[in-house]
Ligand binder design. Structure first.
Ligand SMILES: [Zn+2]
Length: 273
């Protein structure tokens, strides 16, 4: 999944690799995918993009935004984006952007994901609008008082951090390590945390996301060149077989709020007032 760290890393890489390239042609949905989301089923993507030169790339929280003159291509959620410099033929993709020098950008969707090509400046989904309205945790003005103003007593830590785009670009992937470093169980309610625990959570959110970016993303996600990031994720499916790095106990997995949570029951005890 593209979360905030991956969106930043991918955007930097696109600025480097796509510079000076011009779109030759576009192929939309060559392998139909039920949960690949397009604007108007991608009917206008060719007309919009073909002949346009890459201008620059940026991210709006967890949305990767590529600009081609007056057109934008926005990628979100479970889109895997790869750049290849050769003209090797690929068929199984949800969007292919081929450049005049035969290099290509290939987007595939894992479980679900958005690939939105529109005129520049359009906000393709209401969900993205929420990402724009809320401050992301890399902003210098993202203070503890802003962070805690988004909380309410009965929310769990997971609901607080990862839903409603309160913290744009932060999803269920990134928060697992944040909760671990903060020593908080993802199901613990805000009202059962002390102020110092919530301050610690705030600090770990900011520092963990920054570290993920500095290390080129998480090691369970791949970058534009198909390389995994160097940030070692501690709380994930792949780590279930390994002991907790703090106490050597077992890491547990549970389903909670439509996704898996990973935690160490000793280092992240469930708190109840
Ligand atoms: Zn532990």
């Amino acid at each position: 999944m593209i979360e905030l760290p991956e969106a930043v890393v991918l955007s930097n890489q696109c600025n480097y690799w796509l510079k000076g390239r011009k779109v030759d042609f576009v192929v939309v949905n060559s392998k139909p995918h039920k949960f690949a989301w397009y604007i108007d089923e991608g009917r206008h993507y060719q007309k919009l993009l073909e002949g346009k030169s890459f201008s620059y790339s940026t991210n709006i929280a967890g949305y990767l935004c590529l600009y081609f003159e007056d057109v934008q291509a926005i990628f979100h959620d479970g889109v895997n984006l790869r750049f290849i410099e050769t003209e090797a033929v690929h068929h199984n993709h949800q969007l292919l952007i081929r450049f005049t020098d035969h290099s290509q950008l290939i987007a595939t969707v894992a479980m679900y994901g958005g690939l939105y090509v529109t005129e520049k400046g359009v906000i393709p989904t209401p969900y993205m609008n929420m990402s724009i309205e809320n401050m992301n945790c890399l902003n210098p003005d993202f203070t503890y008082s802003y962070f805690i103003s988004k909380a309410s007593d009965n929310m769990s830590i997971k609901a607080f951090l990862a839903t409603q785009q309160r913290f744009p670009g932060i999803g269920n992937g990134v928060i697992q390590d944040v909760c671990f470093y903060a020593g908080l169980h993802p199901k613990t309610k805000i009202k059962d945390c002390s102020e110092s625990e919530l301050r610690h959570l705030y600090e770990k959110l900011v520092s963990t996301v920054r570290e993920m970016i500095a290390l080129g993303g998480r090691d369970n996600e791949k970058d534009l060149m198909d390389h995994p990031g160097e940030y070692k994720v501690l709380m994930s499916n792949a780590q279930l077989k390994n002991p907790c790095t703090k106490c050597s106990g077992s890491i547990l997995k549970e389903n909670y709020m439509g996704g898996s949570i990973y935690f160490c029951p000793r280092c992240q005890p469930m708190k109840k007032a």
